[in-house]
Design a protein around this ligand. Structure first.
Ligand SMILES: Cc1cc2nc3c(=O)[nH]c(=O)nc-3n(C[C@H](O)[C@H](O)[C@H](O)COP(=O)(O)OP(=O)(O)OC[C@H]3O[C@@H](n4cnc5c(N)ncnc54)[C@H](O)[C@@H]3O)c2cc1C
Length: 390
């Protein structure tokens, strides 16, 4: 059995772990950074199973600013992240996000729009007529209108993750295929991890980037996180009618969402109360036929003829206190840092969060003030909810 030493040990090499590794090695190339990843194929990582949406349409300033950061860095990301002349292809499409709103949701939607505008987001209110003008297939019925974010869109999340991973490795981060089975502690401090291979890594800082497995990992150090892995399913179908242009990423008040996918397809999903807690990746088409497709065809009657192509299931790491991220050092275990609990919106926040975690580990002033998302609120039972249109 081997013991190695690192300055920082990151557990989980998804978007959070890889973005953190990139920012740490960029800030200080002399640091010894180890990233332990049990599934380097990322078959089950949420980062590779997401709906890939990036939006500024949140009602919490921190979430808005983290998305703005992503949109900003995407402007020259591919040049910035090239490794030996090889550029990643992130394939960003700013097709816009449209949150369709009922009358009863309008006040909150307008409040969120106001906050977004005050932060210089390109967002506007669309009347039902404006929605039909932009999306003639939509049957806007009794909806009050919609909140539209022009810069929001979709990207290739796997390429984003790989870009961070490859660049972090080129800057010296070492990725290790293994599973952390226990966080090691001494005198109220995290000191490393025991791996499934029997090897240990001792480290000055330990960062939990284990996505849906975060609570299970934290428990090995006696840390109780209110995070549950909850299955969410995605479906992709081809409607008989051909679209003249892509649809915006559209979200209905029920939480049902859909967007265009290359090849004239439509991708959709919806979180439901009955979604099971646990590490269950099974997928079935019943929900699509019983609920999702009928809901879509009600909004877009032209989609009543369609072929289901494929789908998959992934896990949200749901923070059951308030469905928002938990970022920072755990107050009762020094040197144990968390980047966890992103629920359904972490992929787009990977760039900003990785930088933020690197900054607090290094003790420099963070580029964004995300301190309200700190773990103290968990211990003090102070939820920080989104309260707008999402
Ligand atoms: C169906 C679905 C749709 C989504 N849609 C969106 C969206 O449109 N926009 C958006 O922004 N977000 C979306 N999300 C959420 C987003 O995907 C996640 O919030 C984000 O990817 C979390 O990244 P992560 O690095 O924390 O977790 P992950 O990507 O899951 O990475 C965690 C990694 O840790 C590894 N690991 C875990 N435990 C250990 C251990 N003990 N030892 C070693 N390795 C370990 C895992 O193998 C995994 O690779 C969606 C998620 C799902 C499931």
């Amino acid at each position: 059995m081997q013991q190695t030493n690192s300055d920082v040990l990151i557990i989980g090499g998804g978007i959070m772990g890889s973005s953190t590794a990139y920012h740490l090695t960029k800030a200080d190339p002399t640091l010894k950074i180890s990233v332990v990843e049990k599934d380097p194929s990322y078959t089950y990582a949420s980062s590779a199973l997401s709906a890939t949406n990036v939006r500024v349409q949140f009602s919490l300033q921190e979430n808005i600013q983290a998305s703005q950061y992503t949109l900003k860095i995407l402007e020259n990301f591919e040049d910035e992240m090239a490794v030996e002349g090889e550029k990643p292809d992130i394939d960003y499409h700013a097709e816009g996000n449209l949150f369709i709103v009922e009358e009863k949701g309008r006040e909150l939607a307008e409040k969120a729009l106001q906050l977004q505008r005050s932060l210089d987001c390109e967002v506007e209110w669309w009347s039902p007529e404006k929605i039909r003008e932009a999306c003639p297939l939509y049957e806007t019925g009794n909806y009050a209108g919609g909140a539209f974010g022009a810069k929001d869109g979709r990207l290739d999340a796997y390429s984003l993750l790989m870009a961070y991973k490859n660049k972090a490795r080129s800057q010296g981060a070492v990725y290790i295929k293994d599973e952390a089975v226990e966080i090691l502690t001494e005198n109220g401090c995290a000191t490393g991890a025991l791996l499934a291979s029997g090897n240990t890594i001792k480290a000055g800082h330990v960062i939990n980037c284990a996505g849906p497995w975060a609570a299970r990992l934290a428990r090995t150090a006696g840390v109780a996180l209110p995070i549950e892995p909850i299955k969410r399913q995605i479906f992709v179908m081809t409607p008989a009618v051909k679209l003249e242009r892509p649809l915006p990423f559209t979200i209905l008040p029920s939480g049902f969402y859909f967007r265009t996918e290359p090849g004239g397809m439509i991708l959709m999903g919806k979180s439901l109360q009955e979604d099971p807690v646990g590490f269950d990746f099974s997928w079935d088409d019943k929900r699509y036929y019983d609920q999702l497709w009928p809901e879509l065809a009600e909004l877009i009657p032209a989609f009543d003829t369609a072929k289901l192509n494929r789908g998959w299931a992934g896990l949200y790491a749901v923070n059951t206190l308030d469905e928002n991220a938990i970022l920072g050092e755990w107050p009762n275990l020094k040197r144990f840092f968390l980047a966890n609990g992103f629920s359904g919106h972490g992929m787009q926040h990977g760039p900003a969060v990785g930088r933020y975690i690197a900054e607090i580990v290094l003790g420099v002033k963070p580029h964004l003030d995300l301190s309200r998302l700190g773990p103290e609120r968990i211990l003090e039972n102070r939820p920080l909810h989104e309260d707008g249109i999402v």
